[in-house]
Write a protein that binds this ligand. Structure first.
Ligand code: SAH
Length: 460
């Protein structure tokens, strides 16, 4: 077997990045854009000892679960990976992935899994989009999405995951740029003005935000752009964000309001959040409410509990739980997010939520140690600990402190079921029992999925 050989593969599984997996001669092959159930002719493009990568050349037999993707660019675009798979099958794939990781990495056998929560309407769910701006070969301004793993812009103003109003806004911005000869930024030379167009929409408030990220300090004829954009229903915030660095980081530090407010407001459940161009905010508000509702249900609060919300971001979960708990403590590493969390607590009149800036694995152990010193013979206790870490999961030191605090319940919200399984293995080996697991599809058509787990402390 060698590079450029062609193989016939039956696709039996999909990998973490959504590529189809087929076997031939004991070797595993990853084929991008092939879905479970397909039979394909594929050409080997890279060969390793036990596995390889192959390019889809011909679909010999289409899987019964294959559907016509909603977006004509889905194969080139880096945003979606599994749009060609029926939504039902996507959900099955995601649930299986979580179960497999819990079994394989966590060593769990009886997994109390509740059915995955999918979306009724799995398109147009994103409340935020960041469109890169560039210039094509003919010198026209283009905007769209980066092709997978590159910075080549595929012109497309109609992303199937975004809102229809994005197109209206992009048309206005690009027409404005053409008319007033405003240049697009060029990553290669570092020259040109407009880098990205950021659009946010509050799903429940219907407030809309447009922010142009520019390689400079001002936008010539900006008042003309404002005049056109403010006609859009719900327009609340039009701003510039200055980023003159040569970097892949999209946003800079300075935001200049051109019109309206710097932020929009949105509600998830009963809680209002103020969102500025630089704020972190969950991109799928419908499923966020489902996921945090689940976290709340698992937390089993009666009003008397002390709750820690580790990796709290802008305090979304903390504020969700505060109304049902005695006291909530949030911990988050990004100072700006904590500023947002405090402000959000204030605008919602929540007084029993306190926030700390720092690493969860430092703040919690420090708190524990300090408590011991100040209360000899006692130790810090929490009734419920919620964690929602980034993909790498929790560090051991944090898990150890969580165990020491003897929380009655731990609610683990995870965006990576492999590190989730690793951390659950530790917690369940140290006094906890897995009571419930439920996966929520926050990002339809991508391979990503969120999982919420309830752990209960075993009575000794
Ligand atoms: N629950 C939050 C989002 C969690 S995403 C919400 O819904 O708003 C994970 C968060 O963990 C991010 O905000 C990230 O900045 C933060 N983070 C990353 N490493 C951390 C660490 N070591 N300690 C505390 N927070 C951390």
């Amino acid at each position: 077997m060698q590079k450029n050989d062609e193989l016939i593969l039956k696709i039996e599984d999909m990998g973490v990045d959504g590529a189809g997996i087929g076997k031939s001669d004991g070797m595993t092959f990853f084929v991008k854009d092939a879905v479970i159930g397909d039979v394909v002719r594929a050409k080997i493009i890279k060969l390793k000892k036990t596995y390889g990568y192959a390019r889809l050349m011909e679909l010999l037999e289409a899987s019964a679960d294959r559907v016509e993707p909603n977006c004509p660019y889905y194969r080139q675009c880096g945003g979606c990976q599994i749009q060609a798979l029926s939504y039902e099958k996507q959900l099955e794939f995601k649930e299986n992935k979580v179960r497999n990781n819990l079994e394989r990495i966590g060593g769990f056998t009886k997994i109390p899994m509740e059915p995955i929560v999918g979306m009724d309407e799995p398109y147009h769910y994103r409340n935020k989009a960041q469109f890169p701006v560039g210039t094509d070969k003919e010198g026209h301004i283009v905007t769209g999405f980066y092709a997978g793993r590159t910075h080549t812009i595929i012109p497309n103003r109609d992303c199937a995951l975004g809102l229809p109003v994005n197109r209206e806004i992009l048309d206005i911005v690009i027409d404005f740029m053409e008319k007033y000869h405003i240049s697009a930024y060029d990553e290669k030379t570092g020259k040109g003005l407009v880098r990205h167009i950021l659009i946010r929409c509050g799903f429940s408030s219907q407030e809309k935000m447009v922010c142009l990220i520019i390689n400079g300090k001002s936008l010539p004829h900006g008042e003309k752009l404002v005049e056109a954009l403010r006609k859009i229903d719900g327009m609340t915030s039009i701003s510039l964000n200055c980023n003159t660095e040569r970097t892949n980081v999209i946003l800079g530090h300075k935001t200049i309001v051109l019109w309206g407010q710097e932020y929009i407001t949105d509600q998830i459940g009963d809680i209002s959040y103020e969102i500025s161009p630089v704020s972190f905010y969950q991109v799928n508000p419908v499923q966020t409410e489902v996921l945090y509702g689940l976290a709340c249900e698992y937390a089993g609060l009666t009003g008397n509990e002390t709750v820690w919300d580790l990796y709290c971001g802008i305090g979304t979960i903390s504020l969700f739980l505060a109304g049902k708990a005695k006291q909530v403590y949030g911990v988050e590493i990004i100072p700006q997010a904590i500023e947002d969390a405090r402000k959000n607590a204030e605008i919602n009149g929540i007084e029993n939520a306190e926030f700390y800036v720092g690493k969860a694995e430092e703040v919690l152990p420090d708190y524990y140690r300090k408590y011991e010193t100040e209360h000899p013979g006692e130790h810090a206790h929490a009734d419920v600990i919620v964690v929602d870490p980034p993909r790498k999961g929790c560090v051991q030191r944090l898990l150890e402190t969580m165990v020491r605090m003897e929380a009655e319940r731990i609610v683990y919200v995870s965006c990576d079921s492999a590190t989730l399984a690793r951390d659950l293995k530790y917690l369940c080996g140290n006094g906890y029992e897995m009571k419930k697991v439920r996966t929520v599809d926050m990002f339809p058509h991508t391979v990503h999925v969120e999982t919420c787990v309830l752990l209960q402390r075993r009575t000794m």
